[in-house]
Design a protein around this ligand. Structure first.
Ligand SMILES: [Zn+2]
Length: 220
């Protein structure tokens, strides 16, 4: 009972969305091990290795947060993993609340700006907002960097199979070409292949390293 009360009091989001995805990925490995390996010792080794990776990723956990994540050792099948992930999702820090007005301000030079359907977005499931505007044939990306919302836009040519510069997975990608300021009055075009489906891309993100590199490359 005491534990339960403590847990409720401390029900504060502490996971980034990509860290949640990382844990989800480790759970997949554990469930797969349970369904394919008979040797208990080998399964335990897989579990310990996953737990190790998770705790290394999150070194500053409180006791209750550690207790929450330690439940992973009891997970064997897909349904248990799903239940656990549903519980864990309430601890994910949502993406910053964003309105159409906020987005419009990020792209002051775009005429007749058209943002995405923000109501359709689950803010605990994204590290960035990405959408394609058919009319202008441009792709827009909005993310948080140094506690500020930043936006990129570029032409977007669909599509081939390849490695995405944001999530590092093999997906349907397109060439995102942005005009980047390199000096006082000099600009250059920089192209990167990124996922066509930004929702899928967000689901793939288990680290923000590539996203941060992308931001640096585009000079923000
Ligand atoms: Zn991607």
């Amino acid at each position: 009972m005491t534990n339960k009360i403590n847990m409720t009091l401390e029900n504060i989001p502490f996971l980034r969305h990509d860290q949640y995805n990382f844990i989800k990925f480790q759970l997949k490995i554990i469930v797969h091990a349970h369904s394919t390996i008979k040797d208990e010792e080998v399964i335990n080794t897989v579990k310990l290795s996953s737990m190790d990776k998770i705790f290394s990723l999150l070194p500053n956990l409180t006791e209750n947060q550690q207790a929450l994540l330690s439940k992973i050792v009891d997970i064997e099948v897909h349904n248990q993993a799903e239940l656990f992930l549903t519980e864990l999702k309430s601890y994910v820090i949502p993406f910053r609340n964003t309105t159409e007005k906020t987005l419009t301000k990020l792209f002051p030079k775009v005429k007749k700006f058209k943002g995405p359907d923000l109501n359709a977005i689950d803010y605990r499931e994204i590290s960035y907002i990405g959408w394609y505007d058919i009319r202008s044939e441009r792709k827009f990306l909005v993310t948080e960097h140094n506690e500020k919302l930043i936006g990129f836009q570029g032409t977007f040519m669909k599509s081939i199979k390849g490695i995405c510069s944001l999530c590092n997975q093999y997906e349907d990608v397109g060439l995102f070409m942005a005009n980047v300021r390199t000096g006082k009055e000099t600009y250059t075009n920089r192209g990167n292949y990124i996922c066509v489906d930004s929702h899928k891309c967000n689901q793939n993100l288990t680290t923000l390293d590539k996203l941060h590199y992308f931001i640096e490359l585009l000079g923000k």
